[in-house]
Design a protein around this ligand. Structure first.
Ligand code: NAD
Length: 382
């Protein structure tokens, strides 16, 4: 298939591009280096060096013989995206091109405004580029499990049937995001739903949990093909922060009581899920929502696991609870459905001790580059 990957320089975009190109798809990526720019501005650079997209594509070509087309440009600019659509005529688009850090979106007005404008405009432009230039194209959009929040009832896969005064109707499952970033994802979903029901677009919205891991079949070919790995409080996920703290010999910082439960998945499973969604497209006029994670655990359970595995490897890993910079429930019910992707054929990769040990091994050679000041919370939900 001809696949356009929006946000192809990112943590998920780059490994997705390599994986799809290696399978013989015709892959083109677009990115404006927003992530690299914001990381520099907030002193949150990635732990390992990442060559620019043109260099990565050239390195990948020599390692695998597979081609990835590269375009440096801003998809929040409609003319840029329109031009790419006219030239490339994608059959599927994987849309990763958003500002994805909750803490970044909570720094202040400028950051909130950038996040809202960038994310909503990227999605609106994609919708219009499809409508005007490739109406059959399947949009595979990355949403987040954070759209649902942590309600005190089971979380369904995107939709819920409501019975009210004896009548029934199916609605988008209620959303209650915990940051401005997550709220932009809720707005994206609503925007897509409007255009799906009004213009008959075909869309898959993947409600993804936090992704962990650096190893994929393609990134293992050459260390310079690794995806970006951020470990700071702004762009790093809790898994990355804990792994780096374990290696650096500083305590793993659990926010508050540590009972926050989320659905996680391995990077290799993101690649599977996106390809499964792409090769089993939604119908025209369908907004298909799939909850994309493979297992749930609490922050405390994650900390205990990293501590146990780290100590077995000879590291001295301590765990410390700190004041929670976020406004979130620290103990709550959490039971989200996630059968749609399993039904499509997803083979889960669970976070075993061996996987945790493998990630620690990958970080150890970069120990001297770790700046522990970047890990403690610099942003608070005021
Ligand atoms: N990584 C996760 O754990 C996770 C979990 C749930 C959802 N998601 C979603 O998946 C997507 C990708 O996440 P990621 O972790 O790879 O983030 P990332 O920041 O590493 O990648 C996003 C990429 O999009 C690019 N981009 C942003 N705005 C752009 C624009 N206007 N024009 C061109 N390029 C632009 C950035 O430069 C970056 O390279 C995001 O939409 C995010 O919300 C990620």
């Amino acid at each position: 298939m001809r696949v356009l990957i929006m946000g192809g320089d990112g943590y998920l975009g780059w490994p997705t591009a390599m994986a799809l190109a290696a399978k013989g798809h015709d892959v083109h990526v677009v990115d404006n280096y927003l992530r690299r720019t914001l990381a520099q501005q907030t002193q949150s650079e990635a732990l390992m060096p990442n060559p620019n997209l043109h260099d990565r594509a050239a390195l990948f070509r020599s390692a695998s013989d597979a081609e990835i087309g590269v375009h440096i440009g801003d998809v929040a600019n409609y003319r840029t995206l329109e031009h790419i659509f006219q030239e490339f005529q994608p059959e599927a688009v994987v849309h990763y091109a958003e500002q994805p850090a909750a803490p970044y979106s909570m720094i202040g007005f400028e950051q909130a405004s950038l996040t809202l404008n960038n994310n909503l405009n990227a999605t609106l432009n994609l919708i219009w580029a499809v409508l005007e230039h490739a109406p059959d194209c399947h949009i595979v959009k990355l949403g987040t499990m954070g759209e649902y929040g942590t309600p005190n009832i089971d979380i369904e896969e995107g939709w819920i049937e409501v019975e009210h005064k004896g009548r029934k109707e199916t609605f988008l499952y209620p959303r209650a995001a915990g940051s401005l970033y997550h709220t932009t994802k809720v707005l994206d979903t609503d925007l897509l739903w409007f255009y799906v029901r009004t213009y008959g677009l075909r869309v898959t919205d993947l409600m993804q949990g936090p992704v962990y891991g650096l190893s994929t079949d393609e990134s293992d070919l050459d260390g310079r093909l690794l995806p970006n790995f951020h470990y700071d409080d702004i762009f790093g996920t809790v898994v990355n922060r804990f792994l780096v703290q374990a290696v650096a010999g500083v305590p793993l910082t659990v926010y508050g009581k540590g009972g926050q439960v989320r659905g996680y998945l391995n990077l290799r499973d993101t690649l599977q899920c996106v390809e499964l969604a792409m090769t089993h497209p939604a119908e025209k006029g369908q907004l298909r929502i799939l909850n994309q994670f493979t297992e749930t655990f609490s922050v405390n359970e994650l900390a205990e696991r990293v501590q146990r595995v780290g100590n077995e490897m000879g590291l001295d890993v301590q765990v410390q609870s700190i004041d929670n910079p976020r406004k979130e429930k620290e103990e709550h019910y959490y039971n989200p459905v996630h059968s749609g992707l399993l039904d499509l054929g997803l083979q889960p990769t669970y976070m075993t001790d061996a996987i945790v040990a493998g990630m620690l091994e990958q970080i150890l050679p970069y120990k001297e580059r770790i700046d522990t000041k970047k890990i403690l919370p610099r942003v608070r939900w005021k």
